[in-house]
Design a protein around this ligand. Structure first.
Ligand SMILES: *[C@@H]1O[C@H](CO)[C@@H](O)[C@H](O)[C@H]1NC(C)=O
Ligand SMILES: *[C@@H]1O[C@H](CO)[C@@H](O)[C@H](O)[C@H]1NC(C)=O
Ligand SMILES: *[C@@H]1O[C@H](CO)[C@@H](O)[C@H](O)[C@H]1NC(C)=O
Ligand SMILES: *[C@@H]1O[C@H](CO)[C@@H](O)[C@H](O)[C@H]1NC(C)=O
Length: 331
């Protein structure tokens, strides 16, 4: 009887798992604080302080107030974000904030120039990528560090999807937690998976598989949302660094089943980024392959409980509470 109940509770509540990535703090890109703990929970969670030292919040002055986008640090003077955040926006209206997990806090810098991809199409969102040059360099530290930019050969890009499908990736942002919801004060993180462009859930929403990729969780419930635009989608590499594989571009609603989030495929734009910034970015030290391979890790198996940290989070407490109630009922 108890076994049946326990099984039932595990299935209905859904256990949460914690996975700790240990990045190499001596590298020049893709590692700000030494380890990043992520939990597989629905809808995301508040990120640890200084875990994502390249994530910046971008304030865009508008006629009625201000808008929010996310971005990533490439170097002390260059920020990468989405074109749909910057298209038609004057540099004088843009302020970026770095080095704090709180929105619009930390070091602030004015933009001196904005380069929207020349082939950006606001209708299809093709080439949704832009670069912002800062008027004064950021002060770099462990809390303010560049992300790594992929160095992928054109042969690899032509051979198939890069990054591959079904890979665990992390997206961060200060966007709303639910469709039409309010903005969180602190940076949020969410673990999702890349989705093959051939899957119907992806091909329904994506325009060009070379230039865009889909990510989400099969069945919905985790996604990026309003205000996350332009922010980073990251892969952990075998060199223990975080590499920028996508820029949050668009989705249909937030976290809806069947609709995956669409991200600009950064690897496709390596030479454009190089030309525009005059080589002001950093590649990973060794390898560009993913370290966390779902087919080779218990992290990838949602139903397997062994070898995972059953996190001391709310779901554990909820579970304990229900278990206790059940026990009391039968005493
Ligand atoms: C960390 O990076 C440094 C500098 O690139 C390298 O010498 C060292 O071997 C790396 N350590 C690990 C554990 O990857
Ligand atoms: C980047 O641009 C520089 C010239 O600014 C060039 O020498 C270099 O080969 C380029 N690198 C890549 C990866 O395209
Ligand atoms: C699985 O992981 C182990 C250790 O992390 C590694 O040696 C092995 O090559 C991996 N296998 C695959 C298929 O990725
Ligand atoms: C995870 O699931 C896959 C497919 O069901 C299986 O091949 C693999 O052995 C599982 N891995 C672990 C560690 O349980």
């Amino acid at each position: 009887m108890i076994t049946v109940w326990v099984t039932f509770l595990f299935i209905t509540i859904g256990p949460s798992y914690q996975y700790t990535y240990s990045c190499n703090s001596s590298v020049t890109c893709g590692c700000s604080s030494g380890s990043q703990s992520v939990t597989r929970i629905v809808g995301g969670e508040t990120a640890g302080t200084n875990n994502w030292g390249w994530a910046v919040s971008i304030k865009i002055g508008t006629a009625t107030g201000s808008a929010l986008c996310g971005g990533s640090i490439l170097s002390s003077t260059w920020i990468i974000t989405a074109a749909h955040c910057m298209s038609g926006v004057a540099a004088s209206k843009v302020t970026i904030y770095a080095g704090s997990s709180a929105r619009f806090a930390g070091q602030s810098r004015a933009a001196s120039s904005i380069t929207v991809h020349p082939s950006y199409n606001s209708g299809t969102k093709a080439n949704d990528i832009a670069l912002i040059q800062l008027s004064t360099p950021l002060t770099m530290s462990t809390a303010v560090k560049p992300v790594c930019i992929p160095s992928v050969s054109s042969a690899t890009l032509a051979a198939g999807e890069w990054p591959p499908a079904s890979l665990y990736v992390v997206a961060v942002g200060w966007g709303t937690l639910a469709e039409g919801g309010s903005l969180p004060l602190y940076l949020q993180q969410v673990t999702i998976q890349t989705i093959a462009y051939t899957a119907s859930t992806c091909s329904n929403v994506l325009n060009d598989p070379q230039k865009q990729l889909c990510a989400g969780v099969p069945g919905g419930s985790k996604d990026t949302c309003q205000g996350d635009s332009g922010g980073p989608l990251m892969m952990f590499t075998t060199s223990n660094q975080w590499e920028l594989v996508g820029l949050t571009s668009y989705g249909y609603g937030c976290a809806q089943a069947q609709a995956m989030g669409v991200y600009t495929r950064v690897a496709y734009y390596q030479s454009w980024i190089n030309q525009t910034t005059s080589n002001a970015y950093i590649n990973p030290t060794l390898s560009v392959s993913a370290k966390v391979d779902p087919s080779n890790s218990t992290w990838g198996n949602a139903t397997s409980l062994s070898d995972n940290t059953f996190s001391s989070s709310s779901s554990f407490m909820f579970f304990s509470l229900l278990f206790t109630l059940f026990f009391l009922m039968y005493l």
